[in-house]
Write a protein that binds this ligand. Structure first.
Ligand code: 3H9
Length: 698
């Protein structure tokens, strides 16, 4: 009998229970086990109906993604689906937790489905660069209609059990999945309900057959953000096949599209990213079983853009916030911005109409740092200057309660120096949020020299609680994300001085798949801050200085490297800028020359990889996957390229090391020389992935 699937009988009801922690993924063993139990139940003359449920935290959350690289075993999977669907005895799926991917597809071949109220049901395969390959694209449109099915399949987002009931995906809401499905099975028997096979029911397809815009519109709204991704378009094609083709032919189409995607580079990269994100949550180098400290209230110092955004993230998660400013005016301004942001989300329908008031009630605005007293975690988000930060930490040491975690949101500065201002450096760490902090998911958790393991775990746990993706990094200038990004931006600036236009450089980056190029990003951030610091330090950056002197401070001024019309955020190339660059180059005696797109990409991206290698060499980042997660969630690296370190492995480290050495000479820039880790791996013919396994094994 199977170790992961159990069969019991309660008089006429056979109960099949999957128990494959943590998420009951459909491994080969689970598939085989379910088939064996279903066949045994069908063969048992005492059994009249069967239920399929799961032990543990969730219903089956999909196929086992770790097994995808092995040979496909479509026939075993098809045998299982056919055995359930063609069973002469009713089979009821009892759902709790998440019925996802292959899990929902299995439920869709059952004749009935019941779910508990907080269950979620979805086909998230597109998020792994796939489409549902177990009949989901053909049966879901028949269950809920093609419009909702297209939304679910093309976006990968699940729906709630209540919505599932409303649209006919489930038959009933129940209190508990096991007892509820058993009771429902008895009802089916008592009422002699006919077995419903979705494959034979095309009634919900009629409307979309008559009016194609139903499906076209749903697909268009879901694929708008799918730039560069293959899977959402393939998924849409499969849903269209459900409407246009007979069931069997639609299935064939689905299989064909699935096979193409599963062996493709995009899905491999997306599956890699899925596991990299989960690995990143595991903090390396702390005693096993380290527990987080209890955090019931958070204090944030500074109600500016960052502080406000961080405060919103905590309030959204239901964690009370004390927002602290130096004066009433700044505090009022900060609170007003938060309220406006929430109201704008409510107006867009992103949050319920009563959410802004509820969220604002979570924020307690106060003047004076002594008000950190009640907080279990304090995050300072004040001006990015070491002297100011140090002063804050001296005061935190005085006012914060013993055991409170003290965090800085600095994006570049040395956390050890701040920690040393206190008598409790073990409680100090960095929590570097990315702007806008209420939207961006990345949070670099900076472990300082003396940070205690439980303080670190507290920050990681809390970041997850507020729906951020935490990555633990070490202390260095710019940590992982900004330190690497600076290398790209430095090279982008050099290209500008060779006469390449901002829009040409940005286009190379966006064509590669990032949402924004370095110059559009500078315009978004604003050019004036860096200009003022350069002036203070007596540093020059002639082109950007000239832009600022002409009042071109970026988006907020309606002009920077680009011009912006009528308050729009769309960057438009500006002949004025071309003129200004040409004049600056003439003044400096530089001759513009053309640079090809491939060279631009190499010159901007390979230094990023080099910096990543140095970060690993120095131990600032633990795993190459952590660096990839930073880029995926901090800078919108295209998920179908896995992350910079994964991408580097696909390009080949040998090539990257060679090209870096070449550009170091060609552009007379020794900072481009490959670092020793990169050189060593390249010489050994290895990739960064070999380091990931070394860390895992440790
Ligand atoms: C599919 O079904 C294809 C079919 O259409 C075609 C068939 C022919 N496999 O996320 P968590 C692990 S494609 C293997 O931290 P949560 C995960 O790595 C699949 N492992 O928990 C982690 O391991 P560890 C479609 C999996 O509570 C642990 O479980 N399904 C899988 O925050 C806990 O995960 C999906 O895409 C898996 N499928 O979230 C669902 N799923 O502890 C993907 C999870 O060693 N999964 N693991 O680090 C999820 O979305 C979330 O994991 C879930 C739980 C919502 C289920």
């Amino acid at each position: 009998m199977s170790k992961v699937v159990k069969l019991e009988r309660r008089d006429v009801i056979a109960i099949v229970t999957v128990n494959n922690p943590p998420v009951n993924a459909l491994s080969a063993a689970v598939e085989g086990g379910i088939l064996e139990c279903i066949n045994a139940a069908i063969d048992d003359s005492k059994v009249m109906a069967v239920t399929l449920t799961c032990a543990g935290r969730t219903f089956i959350a999909g196929a086992d993604i770790t097994e995808f690289d092995k040979l496909p075993k479509a026939s075993a999977w098809n045998d299982l689906l056919a055995a359930i669907e063609n069973s002469p005895k009713p089979i009821v799926a009892g759902i709790h937790g998440t019925a996802l991917g292959g899990g929902l597809e299995l439920a869709l071949v059952c004749h009935f489905r019941v779910a508990i109220n907080d269950a979620k049901l979805g086909l998230p395969e597109v998020k792994l660069g796939l489409l549902p390959g177990g009949g989901g694209t053909q049966r879901l449109p028949r269950a809920v209609g093609p419009e909702l099915a297209a939304r679910m399949i093309v976006s990968g987002d699940p729906i709630s059990a209540t919505e599932a009931l409303k649209f006919g995906l489930i038959d009933e809401l129940v209190e508990a999945s096991e007892t509820g499905s058993e009771a429902f099975a008895r009802k089916v028997l008592a009422e002699k309900r006919p077995l419903r096979k979705l494959r034979d029911d095309s009634s919900k397809l009629a409307a979309a057959k008559a009016d194609r815009s139903i499906i076209t519109n749903a697909v268009a709204s879901m694929t708008r953000r799918a730039r560069g991704l293959e899977a959402p378009f393939a998924a849409a094609e499969a849903v269209r096949a459900a409407v246009d083709l007979p069931f069997e032919e639609g299935l064939k189409k689905e299989r064909e599209l699935f096979r193409k995607l599963v062996g493709g580079d995009q899905s491999k990269a997306q599956r890699y990213a899925f596991f990299a994100e989960r690995e990143a949550k595991k903090v390396v180098g702390i005693p096993e079983g380290t527990k987080p400290r209890l955090v019931e209230r958070v204090a944030i110092i500074g109600a500016g853009t960052m502080g406000g955004g961080i405060g919103m993230s905590f309030a959204n998660a239901g964690i009370p916030v004390t927002l602290i400013e130096m004066g009433e005016e700044q505090l009022k301004r900060g609170m007003r911005v938060m309220q406006k942001n929430w109201e704008a989300s409510a107006a867009r329908g992103g949050i319920p109409a009563d959410a802004p008031a509820k969220c604002m009630a979570m924020i307690n605005g106060m003047v004076g740092i002594e008000n950190v007293r009640d907080a279990d975690l304090v995050i300072e988000a004040v001006f990015e200057m070491m002297a100011v930060k140090k002063e804050i930490f001296v005061q935190l040491d005085q006012f914060a309660k013993p055991g409170a975690v003290l965090a800085s949101n600095t994006s570049y500065l040395n956390i050890d120096e701040m920690a040393n201002e206190t008598k409790r450096p073990q409680d100090v760490l960095g929590m570097h949020f990315f702007s806008p902090a209420n939207v961006m998911k990345l949070c670099e958790i900076v472990r300082a020299a003396k940070t205690a393991p439980d303080a670190l775990v507290t920050a990681v746990t809390l970041a997850r609680k507020i729906a951020k993706v935490p990555v633990v990094v070490g202390v260095c200038d710019g940590f992982v994300g900004n330190r690497m990004l600076d290398q790209r931006d430095k090279q982008a600036q050099k290209l500008l001085f060779e006469g390449v236009l901002p829009q040409q450089i940005d286009a190379v980056v966006t064509q590669f798949g990032l949402p924004m190029g370095p110059f559009a990003m500078s315009d978004l951030v604003g050019l004036d801050g860096a200009w003022r610091s350069r002036k203070r330090m007596g540093i020059k950056s002639e082109i950007e200085d000239a832009l600022c002197e002409a009042g071109r401070f970026g988006q907020k001024a309606g002009k920077g490297y680009y011009r912006y019309e009528g308050g729009s955020r769309a960057p438009l190339p500006d002949p004025e800028v071309e003129k200004l660059i040409a004049e600056t180059l003439r003044r400096l005696g530089r001759k513009p020359h053309a640079v090809g797109d491939d060279e631009m990409l190499e010159r901007m991206m390979y230094p990023v990889i080099n910096a990543g290698a140095l970060i690993l060499e120095e131990g600032i980042g633990t795993r190459p996957g952590d660096i990839d997660v930073v880029w995926l969630y901090g800078f919108g690296w295209p998920i179908y390229r896995g992350g910079p370190m994964y991408w580097a492995d696909q390009v080949g480290l040998n090539r990257i090391a060679d090209r870096l050495a070449f550009y170091a000479k060609k552009t007379n820039d020794p900072s481009l020389e490959p670092v020793s880790l990169l050189k060593r791996l390249a010489a050994e013919g290895k990739g960064f992935a070999t380091l990931a396994s070394a860390v895992k094994a440790a």
